[in-house]
Design a protein around this ligand. Structure first.
Ligand SMILES: [Zn+2]
Ligand SMILES: [Zn+2]
Length: 299
C-alpha cells in the first residue's frame, strides 16, 4: 500500500456544506471573455493551417502533459512520482492552460470533490443546474460557503517558492507562450496559440465536468451519495482520459483513468512513457488503493 496525502479539507462544528452564495467572479469572467474574443478573431481574421497547428500543438502539451498529468494526477492526487524538476515543469504546463494557478486548481478540485462526498450537495459543485446556467456558474462565478471548512494545502506545496510564483502570476505567464509565438508568426499565432487555446480548454473542461456528472456509462457507483461520476464514452483521445469520470470517482488517486477494456487514456500512456525512460515511478492504479466506502460494481 502506498501513501497518498491529499486530504486538504477540514470541516469543523460550524461547517455547513449546503449554505452558500454564488457570486460573479469578475477576474475569471473577463479573462475568459477576452480569450473567447481573441479566439473568435483568430478564426475570422487570421485563418491558416499553421495557426491551427499551433493551436493543436499547444493544447495537447498544456492540457495532456500539464493539466491532466501534471496538475490533476500528479500535484492534486499524487498518483505517481517524478523528479522535482519534471514535477515543476508538468505543473507549470498545467498553469499555462489558463484556468488558475496550482493552489487555485487544488482548491477548486478538492472543494468540489469534498462537496460531492456530502449527503447534500448544493447545485453549484454538483453541476445540477441546466446547461447554460451551469456554464455561467462554473466558468464565470464562484460559490462561497457561509461557513466553509478549513482548507489547507500541505506546506511542501503551499510554501514552495516556485509554486508560489506560478500562483501569483498565472495569467501573466501566458506571455511565455505568447512572446515566442509572436516572434514566430505574428499576432495570428498569438490568437490561435493563446486566446483560442485557452478559450477551448476552459470551455472543454467545463463541458466534461458538466456531462460527467449527468449521464453516461458507469463501471462503479458510490452507494449513498447523491452525486455520481459517469464515463463519457468516445472522448478518451480528446480529453486525454479525463472523460472516464465514473472511474475517477471510484478510484480518485489512481494514475490510470481508463481502466477497463477499450478505455483510451493518453494521459496514462504519457505517464507510462515517462516511466519507461526512468522519469516516473510509484504509479498508483486501482489495485494499489484502499477501496472507497460504498464502492459498488455496476453489472
Ligand atoms: Zn466528479
Ligand atoms: Zn481528481
Amino acid at each position: 500500500m502506498h501513501l497518498h496525502a491529499t486530504d486538504r479539507v477540514f470541516p469543523n462544528s460550524l461547517t455547513n456544506a449546503a449554505q452558500g452564495t454564488i457570486f460573479w467572479d469578475a477576474q475569471k469572467s473577463i479573462w475568459l471573455f477576452v480569450m473567447i474574443a481573441g479566439g473568435t478573431a483568430a478564426i475570422i481574421f487570421t485563418p491558416s493551417l499553421s495557426g491551427f497547428m499551433v493551436f493543436l500543438g499547444t493544447i495537447v502539451i498544456t492540457v495532456c502533459a500539464g493539466h491532466s498529468v501534471g496538475m490533476h494526477r500528479l500535484l492534486i492526487h499524487k498518483a505517481f512520482q517524478t523528479p522535482k524538476w519534471l514535477e515543476y515543469t508538468l505543473v507549470w504546463l498545467g498553469t499555462l492552460v489558463g484556468m488558475a494557478g496550482p493552489f487555485g486548481m487544488i482548491r477548486a478540485h478538492d472543494m468540489r470533490d469534498w462537496h460531492q462526498r456530502q449527503l447534500i450537495c448544493p447545485p453549484h459543485p454538483s453541476h445540477a443546474a441546466g446547461f447554460w446556467r451551469d456554464a455561467w456558474w462554473q466558468m464565470h462565478c464562484r460559490f462561497d460557503l457561509d461557513n466553509p471548512p478549513h482548507f489547507q494545502i500541505e506546506p511542501e506545496i503551499a510554501k514552495d517558492p516556485i509554486y508560489c510564483w506560478m500562483e501569483r502570476h498565472w495569467m501573466v505567464q501566458q506571455l511565455a507562450v505568447a512572446v515566442p509565438l509572436f516572434l514566430l508568426g505574428g499576432i495570428g499565432f498569438v490568437l490561435w496559440g493563446v486566446c483560442l487555446r485557452v478559450a477551448i480548454s476552459l470551455n472543454g473542461h467545463w463541458l466534461v465536468g458538466h456531462f460527467a456528472h449527468k449521464t453516461g456509462h458507469q463501471g462503479w457507483t458510490i452507494k449513498g451519495l447523491p452525486v455520481q461520476g459517469f464515463n463519457l464514452r468516445g472522448l478518451g483521445l480528446v480529453t486525454f482520459g479525463e472523460n472516464w469520470h465514473s472511474n475517477h470517482h471510484a478510484f480518485p488517486h489512481s494514475a490510470q483513468l481508463g481502466i477497463e477494456k477499450g478505455q483510451l487514456d493518453p494521459g496514462y500512456w504519457f505517464i507510462k512513457s515517462l516511466e519507461a525512460i526512468g522519469l516516473a515511478n510509484t504509479i498508483l492504479t486501482p489495485t494499489d488503493l484502499p477501496e472507497r466506502d460504498g464502492l459498488t460494481r455496476v453489472a
